[in-house]
Structure formats: structure tokens, C-alpha cells
Design a protein around this ligand. Sequence first.
Ligand SMILES: C[S@@+](CC[C@H](N)C(=O)[O-])C[C@H]1O[C@@H](n2cnc3c(N)ncnc32)[C@H](O)[C@@H]1O
Length: 364
Amino acid sequence: MTPQPDAPETPTGAAQRRGPFRPGDRVQLTDPRGRLHTITLAAGAAFHTHRGFFSHDDILGMPEGSVVTTTSGVEYLALRPLLSDYTLSMPRGAAVVYPKDAGQIVAMADIYPGARVVEAGVGSGALTLSLLRAVGDGGSVRSIERREDFADIARANVELLFGGPHPAWDLSVGDLSDVLPTVAEPGTVDRVVLDMLAPWENLEAVATALAPGGVLVCYVATTTQLSRLAEDLREDGRYTEPEAWETMVRGWHLEGLAVRPQHRMVGHTGFLLTARRMADGVQAPVRRRRPSKGAYPVDAEWSPEELGERPVSDKKVRRVRRDVTQALDGQGGQDAGHEVDAALQVDGPSTDTRADGPPVGDDM
Ligand SMILES: C[S@@+](CC[C@H](N)C(=O)[O-])C[C@H]1O[C@@H](n2cnc3c(N)ncnc32)[C@H](O)[C@@H]1O
């Protein structure tokens, strides 16, 4: 493709991803069993395996997608890792945002070239890479991490991917609520991305920094975090109604006619939630909702009803009791305990905890 005549100079990191292999390139090697090894090319160095070795010089100067053979005849396919490969193989201190979620964050928070984005915590910097890719050299990603050791890991990961510091990136060490007011003027941030244990503790600082219409996207691991976050956002009043979702990605096995889902998958990573900043002084219109009974418990002890369990009426229990007693009288008292259990089951249990569905055993 010919670049547009007025296109800006090569964006940061793009040159490292093209052309023949050069010293300093990270290369992903795939062996005949599909196992991956990542090496950094250096003139004169060698890649050793228990089945021979090859010299890095054999790869240097070759195009991506070449095959290199060890002294014992084992072939390795050589490619530069994609961002998703790099993210999953890079050194990490904290758990990383998986590529499937990073993609969702970029798309659903509408992170665009030139956007001003704030991110916390940074952890190992996995999400930072996707954010920087999305905003480009003309945008800005201000990343805030409270742990200096994690910040150092993230900085190294970013610089390794982009081949040096990224012009759009600024990393601060400290707590988000302390640092954010010092790095962003009120109402100037387009997008805020929070990946931390207690994002609800920072809603005040985030609301101050976000521009009207700005997007907050949070990544949390558990339903309890999700619930707390949604309720605190509603209570704050400066955000639109939160929306939450998760994604599950299932790979497929492709072999002739044996085309089927893979047996293994990553079953859970996290939940995503977005909300947008209202204009100052404007209240979001109250959503008409009919919360299910028990959705908002008044005390800390969760009763069966609050967990969605259907109570059994006294009338029903009296009827079951009468029926089993009659059955017992007719049987002469044998196996009484067994009969009682069976009769209760036939008439429908009271222990279905699905809030939205009918009790198990009900006639449909
Ligand atoms: C799961 S990690 C983030 C992973 C990161 N998104 C990635 O993709 O590599 C969560 C991080 O948030 C940091 N953190 C938690 N609360 C924070 C806060 N209030 N301000 C700044 N950083 C915070 C933690 O130190 C931790 O490194």
C-alpha cells in the first residue's frame, strides 16, 4: 500500500513490526507440536533445545513466516508475535487484561485516535498497550499505578513492544484519587479505564476529570464487585445508567470433518461495566425498573427470598402433610420416612434459587 501523500511519519512502533528480521526483534517460534517459544534476536546468539540448536544468524534478514531448522532437523516457524501473543507471553507482576477483554474495552469505550484516556491500575501494562495503539501518537494515555514495582514492569513491557518510550504515554506512581487531580484538569478526560479491586472508591475523582459524555469503563473479576460498583454509580448521580456484560471466547478445532468447539476454554476473566458522565448539574432521567423482590436487602443477612428462593406457602405444606399422612395410613406405616420425602418432591421443591425462572418441578 502506498501511504497517503500527507500521511504523518511512521507511527510509533510500526517500523518494528515490518520488514525482514533484525537484531533486537522478538520472534515467536512454533514447533511441530504447536508449542510456542519467544526469543529476542541477537547476532551470534543461538537457540538451544533438547533436539539440537540453530543460530539466530539463520533467521536474521529472513522475512516473517520463514522456517528455521535445528541441527537435529526439527523445524520452527518464525513470526513476530501479534499484540495478543505479546500480551500473554510478556513478564507480569499482576494479572493482565486478556486480549479478548482489551478488544472489548477499546471498542465499547470508544477509544479513538487522539482520545485523552486515563487508566488505573496499570499492573503489568497489558491493557496500556491496547490503549496506546488505539489513541495513537496524537492521543494521550495517562496511566496511574500505586505500586512502583508494577509500574517498572509495565514501563519495560511498553518500551519493548514499541521499541522505546511512546510519545502519548505518561506513567505516574500513586493512588488514582491523589494523582488524577494533579495530571488532568477537571472536565478534560475523554475516557477512564479502571482495572482495580475497588473502583467505586474513585468515582469522585473520575467524575471530576471526565468531560461531559466521557466514558468510564471498569473491569472487575467478581459479581459482588460488579454489584457494588453499579449501585455506587447510581447513587453518585453524575453517571448514566451502568451497563455490564462479559464475553466468552471459545476456540474451534479444525480437522477435516471434525470441526467442533475446542474442549478447553478460558471460562472466566472478568466483567465489564460502562457508564457515561452526565453534564454538570443534570440528573440522569430515572429509569423505570421493577427490581425483583429481595434485590436490595435491608440487612446483611441474606434470606432465602433475597437469594431468589420461592417460599412455600403454609397452605401447600398443610396439603402435602395431609397427603403423606393419608398415604402412610394406607400403607400401614412401612417406610414412612421414605414416603414423606417422595411426596414432598413430587409436589415441587421449594429450593430453586433461580430468581428469574420457574421452580424446578412446576408444570410448565
Ligand atoms: C489487575 S492489576 C491491573 C492489570 C492491568 N490492567 C494489565 O492489563 O496488566 C490491578 C492494579 O491496580 C493497582 N491499583 C489498585 N488500586 C489502585 C488505585 N487506587 N490507584 C492506582 N492503582 C491501583 C494495583 O496495584 C494493581 O497493580
